[in-house]
Design a protein around this ligand. Sequence first.
Ligand code: DAH
Length: 440
Amino acid sequence: MATAFSLAHYTLFSLRTSSLFLHRRRNAFNHFSVPFSSSSSLSTTDKRKWRRPVVSILELGGVKIAKDDVVRDDPTNNVPDTIFSKLGMQLHRRNQHPIGILKNAIYEYFDTNFSSKFDKFDDLCPLVSVKQNFDDVLVPADHVSRSYNDTYYVDSQTVLRCHTSAHQAELLREGHTHFLVTGDVYRRDSIDSTHYPVFHQMEGFRVFSPDEWEPSGLDATSYAAEDLKKCLEGLARHLFEGDIVKFGKQLKYVHHFEYLGYEFNVKENWLEVLGCGVTEQEILRRNGRPDNVAWAFGLGLERLAMVLFDIPDIRLFWSNDERFISQFCSGQLGIKFKPFSKYPPCYKDMSFWINESFTENNLCEVIRGVAGDLVEEVSLIDNFTNKKGMTSHCYRIAYRSMERSLTDEEINDLQWNVREQVQNKLNLVLDETFLASQNV
Ligand code: DAH
């Protein structure tokens, strides 16, 4: 992680505060509708490769992982099957997938501007220790992100990494001074068009030695901060093809209470895409670089790709639908996604009395477990406490497929299953009076 540092006023960006990790906040994201074009640029072999079946033994970054290693019926484990099925998909390593195209475009920027000095890693195993994920990057012992509600634990000492920062310390110890780490990261979260429990990040890390900052007359921290700012502005220009007007309109610098970040503007809503800062000296000290200074950033690739490719819903990145995947081409950042369907969402409400262990993330996981990617959004629409002090929540679930129209029967089945699981898995009592007024 990084110490927050203050910056002089910056014309393109404005400031505001937020939480430690990216991807925690809810943001509305508008849908675009443009007619479908059926251009296809993939060979048959490529298409076949993309349909890999879910296997039960995976090899990730040289580590063999069986399903039983990750999903276990044990109170210290909260990884559902749906999450296991995402391990090994490695969207960021597919050159024709928007996430892979974006990764390669960022690589190109760093290779060109830093004479290929940045070492690149995109196959590090997403199973990491609690120490790597939290302690090594100085996440406080009582930080909310460590909770079972926010992070997927394989056992009490092992997690699915919730950020690529989990690899900072080991890479520093191995002697790397300039590096980019791309990978899938996992977070328990709410459901809407910009949140998905698996997404991709790219970590950037650069170490400076005294002979770099001393001649500048700046102190080490200011030097690193200036360099980081220049590097990220250059990256944004590279991705937005130097279109400064568009860039200025879409990007602002924000000052979070623990780090700095960038947000993108999507139709008047600001979307957080990047956390960054000058690294805590303690991280460098612990990992063999006491006399250096460094900057780091963690970039959320889906959100950036949503802006760059006009992709309206984060679920689409996981689609195998030919009409989605055939629209993108290796090396082409400029392509705009043309929606091929716009089926109306179907809304179902459910109401229940909450108990002290209820959390929205647990509810969302149950709903995703039943409906998978057919659930588009889950939102709290009513919340009241009766005279006895019991609190009832009413949630609205939006079901919509990105690929086809759903039948009433199918949606009613999903909703009944959700209701059952909410009672069985979360031990919640449904508010039947409310249900009586609903047409399910
Ligand atoms: N790991 C942070 C996140 O997932 C992003 C980040 C990376 C913040 C590096 C920083 C940093 O301050 O130095 O949101």
